[in-house]
Design a protein around this ligand. Structure first.
Ligand SMILES: Cc1cc2nc3c(=O)[nH]c(=O)nc-3n(C[C@H](O)[C@H](O)[C@H](O)COP(=O)(O)OP(=O)(O)OC[C@H]3O[C@@H](n4cnc5c(N)ncnc54)[C@H](O)[C@@H]3O)c2cc1C
Length: 309
């Protein structure tokens, strides 16, 4: 990376590549695949486990290992593809958890200052599907992530309705972390969010749009039956999937070889032979129809490389 930066060669960092939409023309520069490995347990006491993980480790392998070890706080993030080093970039989250809940610090290479830097969780600028790393692309390379896990058998109380229903428990109940992992993996499979080479519904970059966060005025204009989650700062998050379906775009809707998954309205999939241009054409149609119907602009979650929505 240093050599590329010193010679002014454009650089693209890739972990698992699961959150990238790359232009059909490719990337005119050097692509670095981060494949470092290693998990270091720094402290293991009744107060919890402090664990430092190399950026190139697989995220779901870490979650499986954490559940085996009784390290709590990431079990609901089971089945998210990609590397550990990419998780702080967009503060990955699902089913009521996000990595910001367990990250203690992130060690980086600063490509501008040409120095190693370690950011505490408070310095990472974590927000909904964002962080200082996402806001300032190309500046920092994540080398290691240190997590602070609580230890035990029972996960935090289940606060996510869909997960509680699938576990068959009331909201607020605590269940073993292993049961949370299994339930989340089953839910993900049902939504086509676990890659299966024979099922085109799973050929996606996950959710293509983030859930819009609205101010109080915009939220008041939403139809009464729209899903809404009040956030601590008074803003309101609503469901991109709901907006898409209400804008008249059904599951299975296609534009060329790009198709909305038949299992999940937020997954834009490749039904075989789709190009990035096809995918973006479908994504623009979805964005524009939601914009016309609700005046809300959907924002893409995957990182676009050499192309834009
Ligand atoms: C089926 C499916 C389901 C998904 N479900 C979820 C979900 O539930 N919740 C969620 O939050 N996300 C989800 N995602 C998105 C994706 O899995 C996550 O964003 C994941 O963290 C991306 O990891 P990656 O290693 O594949 O990153 P990549 O796609 O390789 O990279 C993503 C971005 O991070 C940068 N990057 C990668 N590694 C580093 C590093 N070490 N240092 C600095 N920059 C780096 C890349 O340059 C790029 O900008 C899903 C994706 C898919 C395909």
């Amino acid at each position: 990376m240093r050599a590329a930066d010193e010679s002014g060669t454009p650089l693209l960092l890739v972990g698992g590549g699961s959150n990238l939409v790359v232009s059909d023309e490719g990337f005119p520069g050097t692509v670095v695949h981060i494949a470092t490995s290693g998990i270091r347990l720094n402290a293991d006491a009744c107060s919890g486990a402090t664990v430092t993980v190399a950026a190139g480790e697989g995220w779901d392998d870490l979650v499986a290992h954490a559940v085996d070890q009784g390290w709590l706080g990431v079990e609901a993030l089971s089945g998210i593809p990609g590397s550990v080093g990419a998780t702080p970039i967009q503060n990955v989250g699902a089913y009521g958890q996000e990595v910001a809940d367990t990250v203690a610090c992130v060690r980086c290479w600063d490509r501008v200052g040409r120095a190693y830097r370690t950011f505490s969780v408070a310095e990472c600028g974590f927000g909904y599907r964002t962080s200082r790393f996402k806001e300032d692309p190309g500046h920092f390379v994540v080398l290691e992530v240190t997590f602070q896990f609580r230890m035990g058998d029972l996960a935090e109380p289940v606060e996510y309705g869909e997960l509680a229903r699938s576990l068959g428990v009331p909201l607020g109940q605590r269940v073993p972390a292993r049961a949370v992992r299994e339930s989340v993996l089953a839910l993900r499979r049902r939504k086509g969010m676990v890659l299966d080479g024979s099922d085109h519904d799973t050929w996606s970059a996950g959710s293509f749009f983030t859930n819009p966060v609205l101010d109080a005025g915009q939220a008041a204009d939403l139809p009464e039956d729209a899903p809404r989650w009040e956030l601590p700062d008074g803003s309101v998050k609503t469901s991109a999937a709901w907006l898409i379906e209400q804008a008249g775009i059904a599951k299975g809707h296609r534009s060329g070889a790009a198709r909305i998954s038949s299992k999940h309205p937020l997954a834009l999939t490749n039904s075989g032979g789709a190009t990035t241009a096809d995918l973006l054409c479908l994504a623009r149609e979805v964005r524009d129809r939601v914009g016309e119907r609700f005046g809300i602009e959907l924002v893409n979650e995957p990182v676009t490389v050499g192309c834009r929505l």
